[in-house]
Design a protein around this ligand. Sequence first.
Ligand SMILES: *Cc1c(COP(=O)(O)O)cnc(C)c1O
Length: 411
Amino acid sequence: MTTKRGFTTTILHSDRLGKPEHGALHKPIHTAVTYGYDDVQDLVDIFQNKKKGYAYSRQGNPTVTALETKVTNMENGMATIAFSTGMAAISATILALIKHGDHVLASSFLFGNTRSVFQSFMDMGLDITFTDATSVDNIKAELKDNTRLVFVETIANPATQVADLKQIGDLCEQKGIIYVVDNTMTSPYIFKPVDVKASLVINSLTKYIGGHGNALGGSVTDTGLFDWSNFPNIFPTFKTQVKPEVLGMTQIRKKGLRDAGGTLAPEAAHSISVGSETLALRLERACSNAMALATFFEGHPLIKKVYYPGLESHPQHKLADELFYKFGGLMSIELDNSIDCFAFLNKLKLVIKSSNLGDTRTLAIPVAHTIFNELGAAKRAEMGISDSMIRLSVGIEDLDDLLEDFKKALA
Ligand SMILES: *Cc1c(COP(=O)(O)O)cnc(C)c1O
């Protein structure tokens, strides 16, 4: 038996070991929309899930498959489906697995657009409850007999609440509930949700995995831990076609990706694949920059509050320390009342006023006025978002340059 290779080695050699055309070290970008076969039986078998292969690129493409394999390996998972964006992955997962009459339990600390699409699902009649997921007790209290799926993020954005990931995993396992963990903020380099018994892992590939702010993408990984054989919402035909282990992925690929159509473009898959090669290196640097900046902000008289799980003052610091290899590259700060938030941001010369996160460059955004503006003041307060909160996605610049930029803006 060969021992499993390291995280970065595995990513770097993944395409090559799949023996791509002409010995290429990268899986080439396949742009064909459709695939032709000499024997019609081959085409029929692909349609009937009896054989692996490609028919129409909306539901599968060789370049995208190569990226899916990488994400599966990064997450120690069983299989992955890639999507055009993280939001497409999240929407397709709910759309494919949940039916009217089911109950979904979600963390109240969610990415703004996730919260927004969940609201749309509620407007369509789906029963979704939001609760503080930093303690399993709150999850327990909201469980119903028809709860089919629990959805949490690892480190929430922007106030960096850490979900009680392990305890929630144990509870979902015991109750036979699908446990979905959005791992975007941590990425599989820092945390593998399979270790806390997640059933499905979501990643916005746009963020740390792609890492360079040059391609959108998302993914859902099946960890192989959930028993799909008795899950009632699987489309009956699939049960006659595939093994029980792959029923979940079949349902998400067909009902989620194929029907909703949030397909990842092969060019984007290639960019994300190349970006992912340096995930570990970038995150080591971003996390150490973030820790140093958080420490600097915490000691600064003009900073009222720092939200970063690496700080001992963080309410879930101990939990984060137990769960994660590092504390991530995202933090939020609140300024002293004497400083105008916009004036401070405009004084920053290196740090960019921008809404992405997980980029190589350091980005800053006033949260209440932008990404969480639509929600309104009441829901923002519920999610712990104050009007003076600034979210920072710390990049991989040289630390001294970042410190100087912030020192000057605070002077
Ligand atoms: C950005 C983000 C998403 C959505 O990803 P997109 O690729 O931008 O659609 C989902 N969840 C979290 C936690 C995110 O940060």
